[in-house]
Design a protein around this ligand. Sequence first.
Ligand SMILES: [Mg+2]
Length: 298
Amino acid sequence: MDFDGVYTDPTEEGENCSRFFRNKILSLGLSEFNLDSEAKVDSWLGELRARQAASPFSYGWRSEGRVSAFTFEDPFIRNIGLADFLDHLVEEGNPRAKGILTRLKKTDKIGSFGKLSEWSFLQLKHAKRADPFAKKWVEETIRSGHEIVIVSNSATDKIEEFLEQNKFAPDARPKVRGGARKFGLGKSPRPLIIAKTPENGEIRIDTDRPFYEEALMELKPDAVVGDVFCLDLSLPIRLKREGKLNFKWGIFYRHRDYTPSAMVDLVTGRGTQVPEVTLLREWSQLTPSTTVSNSKPL
Ligand SMILES: [Mg+2]
């Protein structure tokens, strides 16, 4: 299981990240770039998001210079992806984007928008709250004799602390494998084609994720659950196709309010290129005896 977005709803954390990001830009008081009020900064960032939405698969969380997860996939990657787009604008010579960075380097030694988004993420202080349905499902499943392992990019101690604070019963606590670097790409893309659309052409996702692959091959799970298709599910699909793992319960795409409907359509709609994936709207869909899966034999 993934952690953020599966055990929690990160919407509020993502919004707070956006606010820290916006407020830092606002604090520079850049009147020469017409960015010296909340309304002006918001309107500019809003315009950038709209421009970005026109090419949703071009920006996001990068690794090895390539996009590892698309910008709109979860509330955190939304910020990381906006920063990616801003760094792209700097390279293009956009005066406002360049102006902000020049000032940020002076005032805060922040040298890229990517760094500003990392900084914004680090400002998050609030304790995470467990999704009660996820918690109930996890506890019941462990008590019925199954093993659950959280494989997450977040640090192990943070997740352990979360399990403690949210009172996961000691006899029904998942194991934790944090710092999993699922976003970390290797040298070769090993692309998974998820769609061929007239608007976006062929949409490919890099599945060469050596750190995540090592974890999966060691754990050999019967099921995988994640809310970010690129990070959590693209590699399991490849491993299943290669016959390395069979995921006999299934590969589950956790649906949340922020899950992009375009992505849901692409991966679970008619004509999907990835029939291995099941959309998980309710935890009741995922029980050992009544596992719902639309997986078709290949
Ligand atoms: Mg997640």
